[in-house]
Design a binder for this molecule. Structure first.
Ligand code: GLV
Ligand code: GLV
Length: 321
């Protein structure tokens, strides 16, 4: 009998689906929206592998429903805080994910969001549409450039380093980063200086969050840390919404105690339409599109499928936790 695989999103790229269908019996949720919890619990029963995304919470309850056949959980994401890793390991379930292939796309999006936020692109574009553009004006829609600024990157992993490389051509005065462990080689190679998180907050004109969501980074940006930032600082988050206390961020943006924020991620997602952040002109919010370029999403689908097949065969995955 072919191994049985459940897919939580039928709209992932065909590359991955075809690879799985060649060797397995694939069933999937039918709609292009996250699978409802009860549907997931019902359909995971007896499956050998699960192809999931970051919208699916994979915890003990899901694993219990799956039963002893489940050998692989593969997520089409680099983030894995939606998966209870300890519970999987306890049951001998292997976990695949998709780092590396989305690093460039996410770094590009980070730069796009940084520029859009500091040069006020969304606000300016809105003025064009609503008749607010009356003439070229010397002091209108002015932002601040990266050139001669201090850029601080929080977390110097794969994505943080690629963001750093892309910042260099904009000629900042200083490029600094903070990271849990020492990153001397990477710092030297890229031309960035490691500092403490506090120093980074105090010195940076741009604070870019690229660190992973962990219990330690929950609400890393809060009243206390926002207080340490410069009043002209711009905050960019392309990691996870849980890194930022959104109520505190709102207060600081509203009273111009920091200049602006660009967020590709929020908590929760989607951000409710009555979120006070949506009333601000100095806050750009994107719907978690860091990895959303076509080639990247195809590669993510392919790697997730390969991870599943490798896990089922008991051989090395492309990327395993
Ligand atoms: C995107 O946020 C991912 O974790 O892949
Ligand atoms: C701006 O468009 C300029 O010519 O200065």
């Amino acid at each position: 009998m072919k191994p049985r695989v459940y897919l939580t999103r039928p709209d992932v790229a065909r590359t991955g689906i075809e690879l799985i269908e060649d060797e397995c019996e694939l069933t999937s949720w039918s709609q292009s929206s996250p699978v409802p919890r009860d549907e997931l619990l019902r359909n995971i029963v007896g499956k050998d592998a699960l192809f999931c995304t970051l919208s699916d919470k994979i915890d003990a309850e899901v694993l219990d429903h799956a039963g002893p056949n489940l050998k692989v959980v593969a997520t089409m994401s680099v983030g894995y805080e939606h998966i209870d890793i300890a519970e999987c390991k306890k049951r001998g379930i292997r976990i695949g994910y998709t780092p590396d292939c989305l690093t460039d796309a996410t770094a590009e999006l980070t730069i796009a969001l940084l520029l859009a936020t500091t040069r006020r692109l969304i606000e300016a574009n809105k003025e064009v549409h609503t008749g607010g553009w009356s003439s070229w004006s010397p002091g209108w829609m002015c932002g601040q450039s990266i050139k001669d600024s201090t850029v601080g990157i929080v977390g110097f992993g794969r994505i943080g380093q690629e963001v750093a490389k892309r910042i260099i051509p904009f000629r900042p005065k200083r490029l600094i980063f903070s990271n849990r462990s020492e990153r001397a080689d990477e710092a030297k190679r890229i031309g960035a200086q490691q500092c403490t998180f506090d120093e980074l907050l105090q010195d940076s004109d741009f604070v870019i969050l690229t660190c992973a969501a962990t219990p330690e980074t929950k609400n890393l940006i809060n009243e206390t840390t926002l207080e340490k930032m410069k009043s002209n600082a711009v905050l960019i988050n392309t990691s996870r919404g849980t890194l930022v206390d959104q109520n505190d961020l709102y207060e600081f943006l509203k009273s111009n105690r920091i200049r602006a924020a660009g967020l590709d991620v929020t908590s929760p997602e989607p951000l409710p339409l009555d979120s006070p952040l949506l009333t601000l002109t100095n806050c750009i919010i994107l719907p978690h599109i860091g990895s959303a370029d076509m080639d990247t999403r195809m590669e993510m689908s392919r790697i997730t499928a390969c991870n599943i097949l490798a896990g089922l065969k008991g051989v090395k995955m492309i990327a395993e936790l």
